[in-house]
Design a binder for this molecule. Structure first.
Ligand code: SF4
Ligand code: SF4
Length: 189
């Protein structure tokens, strides 16, 4: 006898949808599943839940599936989906909000190197007012590959310094950028 798998029953849970709408300021319920976001997304091929399905999953309140998905970490924030959406939904911003919710709730990222990169990027920007590529890359490699990883990249870094691709000294700290970070931290963003 063959066992037929029954379709999964989904019970919509509006609290997650409301949480995402509040965080992002975007109206998830406006999505009518036209798929234009997915059809334009350059990274849809690598995602486990393609953008229009992710929007539907948020709508249904499938919190665990969404926050543990690869999609939210694979999204490159290129905003192609946002410009294509006929309902004006800023899907890239929704993705960003989902990453923030997942980090705030202590969920381990399915692609752990991505939040490490984001943190190294923001820390460098906060310190110097703009990203110092050498410092940011060193912090990122140190956290993902350890000292061994850092040493293995040393040759390439020296070549890049020699060719002027990476500056040795960072720019001077910028008070306005620091103020922006402080204001965002006060708001808990
Ligand atoms: S393009 Fe907009 S309306 Fe269409 S599926 Fe994507 S989010 Fe929904
Ligand atoms: S912002 Fe993300 S989801 Fe949207 S098109 Fe770009 S990679 Fe795809």
């Amino acid at each position: 006898m063959t066992v037929t798998e029954l379709p999964r029953t989904v019970v919509p849970n509006p609290s997650f949808r409301k949480q995402v709408e509040e965080k992002s300021g975007e109206k998830i319920t406006a999505c009518y599943q036209c798929e234009k976001c997915t059809n334009g997304c350059p990274l849809a091929f690598a995602m486990d839940i393609v953008p229009h399905k992710l929007m539907r999953s948020v709508h249904f309140g499938l919190k665990d599936e969404v926050l543990n998905s690869d999609t939210i970490w694979i999204c490159a924030s290129c905003e192609t989906c946002t410009t294509r959406c006929p309902n004006g939904i800023d899907i890239a911003h929704v993705m960003d909000s989902l990453r923030q919710i997942s980090q705030a709730e202590g969920i381990k990222a399915s692609q752990p190197q991505v939040p490490v990169f984001h943190k190294a990027f923001l820390a460098s920007m906060k310190r110097f007012g703009r990203v110092h590529e050498g410092e940011m890359a060193a912090m990122y490699i140190l956290k993902t590959g350890g000292l061994k990883g850092l040493m293995s990249m040393a040759g390439m870094a020296i070549d890049m310094f020699k060719k002027g691709k990476i500056k040795i000294l960072p720019s001077r700290p910028n008070k306005q950028v620091r103020d922006i970070f402080r204001a965002a931290e006060r708001k808990g963003k």
